[in-house]
Design a protein around this ligand. Structure first.
Ligand code: C2E
Ligand code: CA
Ligand code: CA
Length: 547
């Protein structure tokens, strides 16, 4: 048995593992030491439902053997397909018996048609449809434009606390039990999926409002019943937000966004846990809450990327640098602008890890351009006060630069006037160290915040970016011109380079030239570009023809 090319496992009568052979180690990644005494269900993939295992045990008890295809999970957490034969055999003593399982690894064969397989459709923990499958399904319903449907987002109140206080295993068990209850209510018109974490989405197609209401009421009643996990009884509360196609929205992402907004409305209500979306709901307030939720998974799921907006010498249209601008695209709710999510990231603290990701990503990108032979330009990175207040921020930056072999004179940091409401001594310490590394510092959005002249000095700035609001009416409002003129004059006297932001018209450009502005940025020159377009820019001669 040891040398059998198929994986062999022997368990006791309870399914606890007693012995495995070498092929089994190869297939599953577990050694005998890892699994001895563990129950066979450590391999459970979550793909098969209860019925599957019930039938298997029934066969084993009635006929003494079972055969079939089974999806298991290996030590790394990957799911693989196997053909299994399990036999019940008598042991040395009268009433003692064992099970012997023989597995043939089908993964290679399965890899070929994996796209078609259930695996691609199902969430591995709960066996419910996964997000991708569901998003596609909703898309199909919309394409098939005769259909109407209702989308319900179900959220467990305080699930994070359960995970934190009782552990992830208990959290997982709750999710599995909840999923079973949800499944039991589904029919051909109503399907449920687990999007991620504790986020469940339900879709009901072509059924009347009454029936939907009915179903949801039943559902809430059922899922509110106490959960008995091991010896703990857990009571859960739920909030359900609903949007309807086509009345509330025309595309998947809008519908999911609106259902989320309604879900947060439901949270506010004392006696109701179900809330339908309506146009009157204030999106701004509700949005803040659910965006924070989605933001939490953004880094892990690779939902961020960068655009780069060129910065020009306005006198000869030469590109002198570019600004990295963060973009976030979530598969469920689509593109969300940094104007919306940066503030939330700052309030929740996620900005620390997201901000670090931006710095690392910029460095990786520069390094990759370097290796491909492009001529390099300095990149400005927006940094938040929260980052500058980290004790070891400058060290981290140094580490990232070294890790990617990037020269510090290719990196600039943009800070905003909000630094003056932060922990100033700490921020100054960090800035001093960054400057020592050779990184330049710009003051962003100048004129919108405190605009204290004293600040310009203590933060040892190199550049000042005049905010777009001043540029917007520079043509029509004479007073603005004078203001911009004095900002420029003052900056020059402090040896600062001046950048005008948000230049959209030739007229604005002409005036800025006469006022002595050095650099400019704005749609007139270029919108923020994707990496491939930056590469075109870098490989063409550095100047851009007159627009
Ligand atoms: P910002 O740093 O002032 O960036 C300039 C914003 O103005 C960008 O918006 C850019 O797309 C837009 N813009 C540039 N030229 C024009 C123009 O001619 N007309 C108009 N209408 N808009 C123009 P975006 O990318 O939406 O970024 C908004 C803000 O989000 C940024 O303002 C910045 O404060 C923040 N942000 C973006 N990326 C990051 C980041 O990586 N970290 C941090 N902390 N904040 C970021
Ligand atoms: Ca900026
Ligand atoms: Ca700005």
């Amino acid at each position: 048995m040891e040398n059998n090319s198929e994986g062999v496992v022997i368990t006791d009568s309870k399914g606890n593992i007693e012995w495995i052979n070498k092929a089994y180690v190869d297939i599953t990644g577990y050694t005998l030491n890892d699994v001895k005494g563990e129950n066979m269900n450590i391999l459970k993939s979550g793909i098969h439902n209860k019925d599957f295992y019930q039938k298997m045990w029934k066969d084993l008890n009635d006929k003494g053997s079972w055969q079939g295809e089974i999806w298991n999970r290996n030590r790394q957490g990957d799911i693989f397909a196997g053909w299994a034969t399990i036999k019940k055999i008598k042991g040395d003593f009268k009433d003692k018996y064992h099970y012997v399982g023989i597995f043939k690894d089908l993964s290679e064969k399965k890899k070929l048609d994996i796209r078609m397989s259930e695996l691609q459709q199902k969430d591995s923990l709960t066996g419910l449809y996964n997000r991708n499958y569901f998003l596609n399904l909703i898309g199909k319903y919309i394409e098939d434009d005769t259909s109407i449907f209702t989308l319900a987002v179900i959220d467990i109140e305080g699930f994070k606390e359960i995970n934190d206080s009782l552990g992830h295993l208990v959290g997982d068990k709750v999710l599995i039990e909840l999923s079973e209850r949800l499944k039991s209510l589904m029919c051909s018109e109503c399907l449920v999926s687990r999007f991620e974490g504790d986020e469940f989405v339900l879709i009901c197609k072509d059924i009347s409002q009454d029936r939907v209401d009915n179903l949801l009421e039943k559902l809430i009643r059922k899922i509110r019943k106490p959960y008995k996990i091991k010896n703990t009884i857990i009571h859960l509360n739920f909030n359900v937000g609903i949007s309807r196609y086509p009345r509330d929205g025309e595309d998947t992402q809008t519908l999911i966004r609106f259902a989320n907004i309604a879900m947060y409305k439901a949270k506010d209500k004392v006696n109701e846990s179900i809330c339908y979306y309506s146009k009157e709901m204030s999106e701004a307030i509700e949005e803040k809450f659910y965006l924070a939720n989605y933001l939490a998974g953004g880094l892990k799921n690779n939902e961020f990327y960068l655009n780069f907006q060129p910065i020009f010498d306005i006198n000869n249209n030469t590109v002198l640098g570019m600004e990295a601008l963060l973009r976030w695209e979530n598969p469920s709710i689509g593109n969300i602008s940094p104007g919306k999510f940066i503030a939330i990231a700052e309030n929740t603290g996620y900005i620390i890890s997201i901000g670090e990701w931006v710095i690392r990503e910029v460095c990786k990108q520069i390094n990759s351009w370097k290796r491909s032979g492009y001529s390099l330009l300095p990149v400005s990175i927006n940094v938040s006060v929260k980052q500058l207040e980290l004790l070891n921020f400058s060290n981290k930056v140094k580490e990232i630069l070294e890790e990617n072999n990037v020269d510090s004179n290719l990196i600039e940091f943009e800070i905003t006037e909000s630094v003056s409401s932060g922990d100033i001594p700490l921020i100054i310490k960090n800035i001093k160290r960054l400057k020592k590394l050779g990184i330049k510092i710009s003051m962003d959005d100048f004129g919108t915040g405190f605009s204290s002249l004293g600040q310009l000095d203590i933060f040892e700035l190199d550049k000042l970016k005049i905010d777009k609001v001043f540029i917007d009416d520079i043509v029509s409002v004479k007073k603005r011109q004078n203001l911009v003129k004095s900002i420029i004059a003052m900056s020059k006297s402090l040896n600062l380079v001046v950048v005008a932001e948000g230049i959209e018209t030739k007229k604005q450009l002409e005036i800025l030239k006469t006022l002595g502005c050095d650099l400019g940025q704005g749609y007139l020159f270029s919108k923020p570009l994707e990496v491939k377009d930056v590469e075109k820019l870098l490989s063409s001669s550095k100047t851009i023809a007159e627009q």
